[in-house]
Design a protein around this ligand. Structure first.
Ligand SMILES: *Cc1c(COP(=O)(O)O)cnc(C)c1O
Length: 359
């Protein structure tokens, strides 16, 4: 039998050191761990959608440029006329394309921390140096002096700013972001995954800075299963980055389904409005508990601190509620948990069971 003892010889050490991105199996738990929109479509809308699928040719390759879908996304996401757009299989794939395009010997990617983990993971996979700059410890603002110093020192090719930030839920001060844009020679990507739940955006400001790109996704909007993200920015940058895109990266089912869903955007918008409203109720309820510190959020989740995060997490899990335990993932997140805003009913059940853990 062939032996596998050459794995150590050939798999790069950076890959061997990684742990695969782990997603727990939810079973039939109430799933409040992954920032999904909990609402489904009504039967009439599902039937209309199935009609669209019936007319879709699976034997043909999809439109490699996804032209129709791009036009629909541009309108819904208010991409400025003179800016270009690239689609990705989730914004995860766009992050990968960005990192692949800018990687090279001595090149660095930089992000504040804690933030979205894929920035670091993808950098490690492709062998690009990654620098994490800690956020301010109290309110998770950008530590601007530390950011500016790190940018001066490392001259990053690429900076990711999640806006609002995951897992902290806050949106960084736009004046801080402006300073970062001004002193950076590399690309600054504003990752607006939570735009449907936030008040502010850099989309309308594309073009003000030559190194500004904006990234969006339909995942948190209610279409996480489709895997569809969008990168918007100046043509000159995007035509380069597009060279790293695999042809046909947006499959035909995603293209036609997303276009269909965007024609019924009002449904998604109504759901996100409900989530925004419920988020405020949930925040109030959490902060009314003495043993809890919950932070305001502009996203569809709430970060909160308890005395014993790990045991609360396990306890809830045993009772059929899956949230995210962030304890141990970053020093600033000691005893922190993150709960996604679910349906109004799910939030009530969560609160009730959570209260039980605080007695
Ligand atoms: C969830 C999330 C993404 C990933 O989006 P996909 O389009 O589902 O790949 C990107 N950025 C941030 C900050 C996120 O929280």
């Amino acid at each position: 039998m062939k032996q596998y003892n050459t794995i150590n010889q050939w798999i790069r050490p950076e890959i061997q050191q990684l742990t695969a991105y782990h997603v727990p199996d939810p079973g039939d738990a109430i799933k409040l761990d992954a920032m999904e929109n909990p609402y489904q479509w009504d039967q009439a809308l599902i039937d209309q959608w199935l009609q669209v699928l019936r007319g879709t040719a699976l034997n043909r390759y999809p439109d490699p440029a996804a032209r129709e879908l791009k036009l629909n996304l541009r309108t819904i996401m208010q991409v400025p006329e003179n800016m270009d757009v690239i689609l990705g299989n989730g914004s995860d794939e766009l992050i990968q394309m960005l990192i692949l395009s800018l990687n090279g010997k001595g090149r660095t990617v930089l992000a504040p921390e804690p933030s979205f983990v894929m920035y670091r993971i993808i950098a490690q996979v492709v062998g690009m140096q990654y620098i994490g700059v800690p956020l301010d410890a109290n309110e998770f603002k950008l530590d601007l002096p530390a950011m500016l110093e790190a940018i001066q020192t490392h001259q990053p090719a690429l900076i990711f700013l999640a806006y609002p930030n995951n897992p902290t839920g806050n949106a960084f001060a736009s004046s801080d972001i402006e300073q970062i844009l001004e002193i950076s020679t590399g690309l600054v990507v504003i990752d607006e995954a939570y735009a449907p739940f936030a008040e502010q955006t850099f989309m309308s400001r594309l073009g003000e800075y030559p190194n500004l790109l904006v990234m969006r996704t339909v995942s948190k909007l209610g279409l996480a299963g489709l895997r569809l993200g969008l990168l918007a920015g100046p043509v000159e940058w995007l035509e380069q980055i597009d060279k790293t895109r695999l042809p046909y990266n947006i499959n035909v089912l995603s293209q036609v389904t997303a276009s269909f869903a965007l024609q019924h955007y009002a449904v998604l918008e109504q759901q996100t409005q409900q989530i925004r409203k419920d988020r405020e109720d949930l925040l109030k309820a959490l902060n009314a508990i003495d043993s809890v510190q919950a932070w305001p959020s502009q996203a569809n989740f709430i970060l909160f601190r308890v005395a014993e995060a790990q045991s609360v997490f396990e306890n809830l899990k045993q009772q059929g509620i899956l949230i995210k335990c962030l304890h141990g993932s970053h020093p600033l997140l000691e005893n922190c948990l993150r709960v996604t805003v679910g349906t109004t009913d799910e939030n009530q059940i969560f609160l009730q069971k959570f209260l039980g853990t605080q007695k």
